[in-house]
Design a protein around this ligand. Structure first.
Ligand code: NI
Length: 165
């Protein structure tokens, strides 16, 4: 395995749409392993192939429950709303609150080419949405909600959290 260079915001490649993967070969397997290693090294919870310069629909995620490799991920259904601050390995030293679905269902191919179905909620759903956006050339900063537009419930919850910290 090897570390790959993470592309930084401003790189035009991050704004391109990634292509569906048609063949799962050794090259792709190496890419996914390298992406995981690169993500752990950078202390991230997700990484999409375009972030390492490859315009293919592959992402890795690990929110602390173990590594996931998602090929051609497609969000089928989503519901609810969740507000939380996010960051991105391609946008160092920046964070902002994004609204994401509370729950979603996802179809993808696993590393052996099997079609899989996944239900995700909370932080995992958020991480998946963030990575799938990368495959469309969308960065989270495009979706950041200005503080004055944040729902009162979110601000109240944040105030409570700060008091506890
Ligand atoms: Ni990102």
């Amino acid at each position: 395995m090897a570390l790959r260079n993470i592309r930084i915001d401003g790189d035009p490649l991050l704004r391109k749409r990634s292509k569906e993967i048609e063949t799962i070969d050794t090259r792709l397997k190496i890419l996914l392993d390298d992406m995981l290693e690169t993500m752990y090294d950078a202390e991230g919870v997700g990484l999409a192939a375009p972030q390492v310069g490859i315009l293919k629909r592959a992402v890795v995620v690990d929110i602390g429950d173990g590594p996931m490799k998602l090929i051609n991920p497609v969000i089928k259904n989503s519901s609810g709303e969740s507000f939380m601050a996010e960051g991105c390995l391609s946008i160092p030293d920046y964070s902002g609150v994004v609204c994401r679905p509370e729950k979603l269902s996802l179809e993808y191919l696993d590393i052996d080419g099997n079609k899989k179905y996944l239900e995700a909620a909370g932080f995992l759903a958020r991480a998946i949405c963030h990575e799938v956006d990368h495959l469309e050339g969308i960065l989270f900063k495009d979706k950041v909600i200005p503080e004055e537009q944040l729902p009162k419930e979110y601000l109240e919850q944040e105030r409570k959290r700060e008091r506890r910290a």
